[in-house]
Design a binder for this molecule. Structure first.
Ligand SMILES: [Zn+2]
Length: 112
């Protein structure tokens, strides 16, 4: 996927503008609903950051204010971890006594 540089530039300008607006007008995390202390700064996990409501990777708009909200850094991080986990990914199968064959034909068994 390639994007023209001027489009990225336009998004970047709109994003910076909307980011300022959100920090000026919103006080609560859009993910957990708790207040955000704007005096905290990254890398504090409770610092405010801008969250894409629909992630760009999922087709969300990169800079529209409708797709942006204030969120705790840590909430944003947890949300993206969930969203980006592949749906086909499964818990590792633990091979224990229970998944081993329950019966064996001992008559034909030969020691290796
Ligand atoms: Zn939060």
């Amino acid at each position: 996927m390639s994007r023209r540089a001027d489009q990225i530039g336009a998004h970047r300008a709109a994003y910076a503008r909307n980011r300022k607006r959100i920090f000026a007008t919103q006080d609560y995390c859009g993910i957990c609903g708790k207040p955000i202390d704007k005096s905290l700064k990254s890398p504090d996990p409770m610092a405010g950051c801008i969250d894409h409501i629909v992630p760009i990777a999922k087709g969300g708009h990169p800079s529209a204010i409708d797709n942006l909200q204030l969120a705790h850094w840590t909430c944003n991080r947890q949300k993206s971890d969930k969203l980006f986990r592949e749906p086909t990914q499964k818990e590792p199968v633990v091979l224990g006594n229970r998944n081993l064959p329950q019966s064996m034909d001992w008559a034909s068994y030969r020691a290796p």
